[in-house]
Design a protein around this ligand. Structure first.
Ligand code: SF4
Length: 105
């Protein structure tokens, strides 16, 4: 193919598919920051909002988010241990907060 020929529809489609797949692999990390700093994570709550009440919080020992800080079925001090987050990397305090906070339904 010379430079003056138009690319085949199949080639154009493959190029678009490649660009979309690269964007899909990259955008979630950009959107969610992938780091605590990008989402202004802090280890203390703001009034009425904390990780332990966020739908993305995964309580210590739990396997899925959406159950709050008591989601692991534990109580007392164990329920207050750091957990993790579905969208922010690293250990997450149930008393923390970030700009992606979304309350439990
Ligand atoms: S999204 Fe933010 S507020 Fe919610 S659990 Fe993760 S770090 Fe905490």
């Amino acid at each position: 193919m010379t430079q003056h020929e138009t690319p085949s529809p199949r080639r154009a489609w493959l190029k678009k598919a490649f660009v979309i797949s690269v964007a899909a692999a990259t955008l979630p990390k950009l959107a969610f920051g992938d780091s605590k700093a990008a989402v202004h994570y802090q280890d203390h709550p703001v009034p009425g909002k904390m990780c332990g009440m966020c739908r993305f919080f995964i309580a210590h020992g739990a396997t899925s988010p959406g159950k709050g800080m008591m989601g692991s079925g534990m109580s007392g001090m164990k329920a207050c241990q750091d957990g993790s987050c579905q969208v922010v990397a690293g250990e997450i305090s149930p008393m923390g907060y970030c700009t992606l906070y979304s309350p439990l339904a």
